[in-house]
Ligand binder design. Sequence first.
Ligand code: ZN
Length: 125
Amino acid sequence: MLLPMLFKALMSGGFGGEFTYVVRGAEISCSQGSDPGVLNLPLSHGIYIKEQPVLNVADVIPLANVGRCGFCKMDGALCEPDTFFNKWSQGKEDVLVEGEAALLSRSELICRKGGIIKIEVDGQL
Ligand SMILES: [Zn+2]
């Protein structure tokens, strides 16, 4: 397969070591959430780093992708991302994972109550 090979080449090139690709099992936190959460990916996009599937900026579905960050400090409701026309910000636009920008450790997502969900640990082994 050409694409995974190309992807691997891009990976090994890196980009200054500033940001990394995010894989299944990454740890997240919400600025308004009570607990850390985990990123899931029930169905792989077909791109892997060390056998761990890479996420893209459209992986925003509550629970299926974005594990709950506990309860919201604002109103005590469950902390969930706002997925209405919303994707993770600042993905790697020139590295597509199944048609969407690859998710990067710098990416952020808006929470329903206005909190900011950030990636704490990229999940790579
Ligand atoms: Zn939240």
